[in-house]
Design a binder for this molecule. Structure first.
Ligand SMILES: O=C(O)CCC(=O)C1=CC=C[C@@H](O)[C@@H]1C(=O)O
Ligand SMILES: [Mg+2]
Length: 369
């Protein structure tokens, strides 16, 4: 494959409503869209999913731009390759910086699928024609607000709800939700808000039949989660702790989780994400696709990945309208009866609107290779 030109589009988009987690509130989303072009003018798109502030992982939009501009593009310009899966090896000598690698690799995957004239899902080996959608709801001002949001999302067709928890917003909240929705597929994401000192506290969640508790302990821990899982009936799902296939292997070996959340950006791209998927399939560990408050471009990548067989649980893959007044892709992503249908056009399958991309762009960087 030959990449002729790379364009980094830095966007600023306002969320419809602030998204609150145990770390704090997000009102605006700074986004990085990576566009790669070949000799024939075909374009592939990827999305950098780092936030402006390094609260989820150590990366930020600025560090991803720096990595892509100063290290990854120079490597790409000197590398000859036939398939996007070869890029993992070329990028390997750069430590971590997974979201930067994933943004560029994702754009190359999209271009590759377009050159082959096949959907990205097919290029990845996915067979599903639709994927199950789930909704992630941030911390709300009151439990009443949360209950009415869950009602609203159920009316929109979502069948699985993830809530955010933290000390002071956990047991009572789950108890109240269960009173209103005894049979709801419900899970709770703690984003590392607890420590092993909270074992007895977290055990109280066991009576509420949660599908899982996501990342209760430190963002970089695998060992303490194994201790916690021994004490909890509720399955633990790891998110932040899994940045590579090696991390996944260690977590399964230590029984630190029973479920894994795979986020393309967190693990360095689609190639590594697929490897983790294949490993989990072998090990019988169910996986689901996490979200990062992406624009439609990132979500389209997530949808394609989630067509792989072991994605047996609904992901944090919701409609464009959950976060955005308008998305930058056409058509926008929509959920019908809890499912998103896969588009059948080549690549990510959605058209990127140049007009909308421009409308939200605050900076553009162009590189000719
Ligand atoms: O994109 C989505 O809808 C999922 C949003 C979501 O739950 C998360 C996004 C980013 C960081 C976290 O707050 C959280 C997660 O940890 O999964
Ligand atoms: Mg999470």
């Amino acid at each position: 494959m030959k990449i002729k030109k790379i364009v980094l589009h830095i966007l600023q988009m306002r969320l419809k409503a602030p998204f609150s987690t145990s770390y704090g509130d997000i009102h605006d989303r700074e986004l990085l869209i990576v566009e790669v072009k070949d000799d024939d003018g075909a374009a592939g798109f990827g999305e950098g999913v780092a936030f402006s502030i390094p609260w989820y992982t150590e990366e930020t939009v600025k560090t991803t731009v720096h990595m892509i501009e100063d290290f990854l593009i120079p490597i790409l310009s000197k590398t000859s390759f036939h398939h996007p899966r070869e890029l993992v090896e070329s990028f390997r000598f750069i430590r971590r910086n997974y979201m930067a690698k994933a943004a560029l690799e994702g754009a190359v995957w999209d271009l590759y699928a377009k050159q082959q004239n096949i959907p990205l899902s097919q290029a990845l080996g996915g067979m599903k024609k639709e994927v199950e959608a789930g909704v992630s709801i941030g911390i709300q001002p009151t439990i009443k607000d949360l209950i009415s949001l869950i009602e609203q999302y159920q009316e929109e067709g979502y069948k699985r709800v993830k809530i955010k928890i933290k000390p002071g917003w956990d047991i009572e909240v789950v108890k109240e939700i269960r009173k209103h929705f005894p049979n709801l597929d419900l899970m709770a994401d703690a984003n590392s808000a607890y420590t092993l000192k909270d074992i007895n506290h977290l055990k109280q969640l066991d009576e509420f039949q949660l599908m899982m508790i996501e990342q209760p302990l430190a963002h970089d821990d695998i060992v303490d989660h194994s201790k916690l899982q021994k004490e909890l009936e509720t399955p633990i799902c790891l998110d932040e702790s899994i940045c590579s296939l090696e991390d996944a292997r260690k977590a399964v070996e230590l029984r630190s989780c029973k479920i894994m959340n795979i986020k393309i950006g967190r693990v360095g791209g689609l190639t590594e994400a697929k490897k983790i998927h294949d490993f989990c399939k072998e090990q019988n560990v169910p996986v689901w696709c996490g979200g990062m408050l992406e624009s439609g471009i990132g979500r389209a990548h997530n949808i394609s990945l989630a067509t792989l067989e072991q994605f047996t649980l609904p992901g944090d893959i919701s409609s464009s309208s959950k976060y955005w007044e308008e998305d930058i892709i056409e058509p926008e992503i929509s959920v019908y009866n809890g499912k998103i249908a896969l588009p059948d056009s080549p690549g990510i399958g959605f058209h990127v609107s140049r007009e909308k991309l421009k409308k939200y762009t605050v900076e553009t960087k162009v590189f000719t290779l």
